[in-house]
Write a protein that binds this ligand. Sequence first.
Ligand code: PMP
Ligand code: GLN
Length: 381
Amino acid sequence: TNPVFTGLATTVFETMSRMAIAANAINLGQGFPDVDGPEDVRRAAAEALMAGPNQYPPMLGLPDLRRAVADHEKRFYDLDIDWTSEVMVTSGATEALADTLMALLEPGDEVILIEPLYDCYLPLVKRAGGIPVRVRVTPPEWRLDIDAFRAAFTENTKAVLLNNPMNPAGKVFSEEELGEIAAMCREYDVFAICDEVYEHLLFDGRRHRPLMSYPGMRDRSVKIGSAGKTFSLTGWKVGYITASPKLLDPIAKAHQFVTFTTPPNLQKAVAYGLGKEDGYFTGLASEMQEKRDRIVKGLKEIGFGVLPCEGTYFATCDITALGLEGGDVEVCKRMVEEAGVAAVPVSAFYIADAPSDFIRFCFCKRDEVIDGALERLSGWV
Ligand code: PMP
Ligand code: GLN
């Protein structure tokens, strides 16, 4: 068996969700909304399921969806994308990441990863033969240390993997940080793999800027999106990649032997969804912002040290502000069992030398669920 995978534990999200079920807890751990996405999008999937065809769609994805992705990139970011050669549909952003890393990395290539990082990045980079090189954004502000970032580049650097907006930090990279990242990618002639699944979940008037839209980045970036996040349908696992043909061609070669394709009715419905009016997308962000405000206010009242949250589904907290001891893993365990609220220890998002003072709460939940969790927590601490 392959040592990259045999040594791995079950993901922290699955583990916490199982614990939440066992403890009959309110699950603010794993990131998924507790209501289903828009009814019209679901109906489009149901209608396409019944109307068919339900056979293999084209390997790159249904033309309807590839066109819709290209139109989306134009509408929101003014990117001119050729849907025939620069868009591919995948079974979730996770498959997009796996295909991209398999296709672009050769053994020994260094990949710059920014901690705290989403859990699949490290095993996928390693299994593709890449060598992870770590830099960090540091709490409480989750700022990128630009000097450390610059120092991470070597002649062996092949790619930067950027998650913006960032899970679990809830961080949106600033224009200045993105400008620096782009400048380094140009200087060292490296790829940028951009996990932008939370592109429509930015708060307080922020607007997403894809790294791909920075000077010199158009043809060296792989931009990854997910219908799971954009339509609150995480179980659908429909993702999409935008990249120049030079990058997309090898990525498609990986895709054809990983999943080859994605259910056609879901593709059809996501194509419909991406065409929804602007109000849908702004509404998604503003509803989520209200939830962010609700949980942040409640957690602060209880005494948690809440860190800034500029986007995503997640708010991170400093547990030491409450005098909770034993570290994040231990506190999450006690919290699920004693308080009946599941969160996720942020140390799970580090490769090594993780801080142990932070936990992540997922707030894409109904108001009464958030309130219920806050009530349990205030009775517990
Ligand atoms: N990237 C990040 C940063 C995520 O939080 C997630 C979580 N769902 C994914 C990728 C995976 O997306 P998908 O479910 O579309 O595979
Ligand atoms: N992205 C989700 C999160 O961060 C989890 C997805 C999964 O369970 N793999 O919570």
